[in-house]
Design a protein around this ligand. Sequence first.
Ligand code: PLP
Ligand code: COI
Length: 344
Amino acid sequence: MSEQQKAKPEDFDWDNLGFEYHDLPYRFRAYYKDGKWSEGGLETDANIPVNEAATGLHYGQNIFEGLKVYRRKDGGANLFRPDRNAKRLQNSADRLMMAPVPEELFLRALKEVAKANQDFIPPYGTGATLYLRPFEFGGGPVVGVHPADNYVFEVYATPVGAYYKGGLTPTAYVTNHYDRAAHGGTGAAKAGGNYGASMLAGDEAHKAGYSDVVYLDPRLHENIEELGSANFFGITKDGRFLTPKSPSILPSVTKYSLLAVAQELGLKAEETTISINDLDQFAEAGAMGTAAVISPVGSITHQGNKHVFYSETEVGPWTQKLYDRLTAIQYGDQEGPEGWAVDV
Ligand code: PLP
Ligand code: COI
């Protein structure tokens, strides 16, 4: 790709950003070879030469992360709990038999990419952020089903707005017969294959007018797992913040943060089994994740029956409070627990 096609800050309408890829000037790459990681550094080319027998192309040795850079009011910028993403990428690497990226390398890469592309961190108050996408894949070459000897680690950046169209306006979700991950499979890893497995289900849901799929547990198809790109929460009528406990869902950084924020706000917070047949207990429901932030779930349609939560048009009061507190910590407007907001 030529340098002329690279994005420029003046190309962006910060208040109306979608969730899309843009080719920014810099990304960070490091290479694992002969049992060790290179120092790594910034590169300008968005394209990576890949061996045709790379395990990342054939056997699913590809894993990723997602986190955001938040522009503060004082002009600086924050990362949110990046150590959690570093650890999760290492856990994903262990599950896929890939070389783990050291936390120091991971954090250095995030900061270098954020600083090098700082003109692309959207202004404070727009609700837009600079999304960072760390990823790693097996560079091969291997033809049998075995882990690669070589790996590539990269972090690229792209400015983004809301993931689920509407932001804090509730949207509709639906269950279906597909699974994105197996019991004992790779659901708890952020592995590319889980997302490949979700595309057909997601496409059918989108074409039918829904925001995303509510996946059910792969053994019984009875309990809520998570959404295609976010974890699920419900707030009961008696003031409990509940979120599914399952070995086959992604351990969401936002989820663990909101479990703490919910307690702080006076809700009882708990990870537990949530039956799809027990939605009546909830006054409000939502999706939570880095991309989704907190997006109210207006309704879930299951086997043709539509269950409406708080409202199909208005965000509920608890969801609003959770959103306000979480985003205030992320943007540095309010002090949060130690280590959550990290200066870039
Ligand atoms: N579940 C899935 C399937 C996701 O893709 C994401 C997004 O990363 C999440 C949950 C939320 O995780 P986090 O809060 O760490 O972004
Ligand atoms: C994220 O929230 O970072 C995600 O990974 C969601 C999606 C864009 C895959």
